[in-house]
Design a protein around this ligand. Structure first.
Ligand SMILES: Nc1ncnc2c1ncn2[C@@H]1O[C@H](COP(=O)(O)OP(=O)(O)O)[C@@H](O)[C@H]1O
Ligand SMILES: NC(=O)OP(=O)(O)O
Length: 312
């Protein structure tokens, strides 16, 4: 039995339809894949992104600017998405467990991630959130909201970007460890965790969105996970991605992957955080990490799919 942290990307929650019912269905499909780990006897710690959801929620806040119904700040929106996505996952996993006759408890934990107030990321927004815009729409949004920054996101359109400081510590990791020891499946650090800074005994929320891949790596290190598995929409890591000579990487050492990171092989905002998070986990623990597709879970468990990153 292995203790595995599984990080779930956008496609695990949202396809093209952002309605609650469509996202719940996507999460049910994801739970149907994740049950393979439980059947395999693995202990799961689940974490997930919130980029599309927190961006959409922020847009909804723009219609709530009255004194009696004020807009919520980004850290609170992050907490709200942990709640909604955690609720969807709890129910989807419970349904899947029941269908397979497995008695296990699932709990979603509101999780805060401590960041450094002086992290330069606060001055340089980089995390894409919310919907994709065409160039024309992006220009319109920029003129309507002078404080917004928008960037082109991996050839998929333009998106708003917000600061994304690096996680230092997952505030609730000791409680999460106890939950795991009790055999409960926790859903943690949703959206990378609510970004907070420590001031004396207080945790103060910051307007940012942490990359869930970096938080997944951090929580995996803190709970001594045997493996970190990052599930996304592509079967593995490619060198020369999108070019005629692109090549899927099957087995790779952390040091070889780091060389490719250093030579700017990977796209910021999409594959770069995944490979860096995986390399960090492998370097810190000596254990392995896998980056692969959500629909390949059964084959990833067998070791026939995904990019496996090892220490040696
Ligand atoms: N070198 C690469 N290898 C594989 N996929 C890449 C690479 N560079 C960019 N990508 C893109 O990154 C996407 C995964 O990133 P993203 O969609 O941001 O992840 P998430 O699943 O966490 O939301 C893939 O679907 C693929 O289109
Ligand atoms: N917070 C975060 O990394 O979200 P996505 O994975 O959805 O971008």
């Amino acid at each position: 039995m292995a203790k595995i942290v599984v990080a779930l990307g956008g496609n695990a929650i949202l396809s093209t339809d952002a309605s609650a019912s469509a996202q719940m269905q996507a999460v049910r499909n994801t739970a149907h894949e994740l049950i393979n780990f439980i059947k395999n006897g693995d202990q799961l710690i689940i974490t997930h992104g919130n980029g599309p959801q927190v961006g959409n929620l922020l847009l909804q806040q723009m219609n709530s600017d009255s004194k009696s119904n004020p807009a919520m700040p980004l850290d609170t929106c992050g907490a709200m998405t942990q709640g909604s996505i955690g609720y969807w996952f709890e129910n989807a996993l419970n349904e899947e467990l029941a269908e397979n006759g497995i008695k296990r408890s699932v709990i979603s934990i509101v999780t805060q991630t401590i960041v450094d107030e002086t992290d330069p990321a606060f001055k340089s927004p980089s995390k894409p959130i919310g919907p994709f815009y065409t160039k024309e729409e992006a220009d319109q949004m920029k003129s309507a909201h002078s404080d917004w920054e928008l960037v082109e996101d991996s050839g998929r359109g333009y998106r708003r970007v917000v600061p994304s400081p690096k996680p230092l510590i997952i505030n609730e990791y000791e409680a999460i460890q106890k939950v795991v020891e009790a055999g409960i499946i926790p859903i943690v650090s949703g959206g990378g965790g609510i970004p907070v800074v420590k001031q004396g005994n207080k945790l103060i929320g910051k307007e940012a969105v942490i990359d869930k891949d970096f938080s997944a790596s951090k929580i995996a290190q803190l709970v001594n996970a045997d493996q970190l598995i990052i599930l996304t929409s592509v079967g593995g890591v490619f060198y020369n991605f999108g070019k005629p000579d692109q090549k899927e990487v099957k087995d790779v050492t952390a040091s070889e992957l780091q060389e490719h990171i250093d030579s700017h092989e990977f796209a910021a905002g999409s594959m770069l955080p995944k490979v860096q998070a995986a390399v960090d986990f492998v370097n810190e623990t000596g254990n392995s990490a896998v980056i692969g597709a959500l629909e390949d879970v059964a084959k990833i468990i067998q070791g026939s799919e995904g990019t496996k990153i090892t220490a040696k």
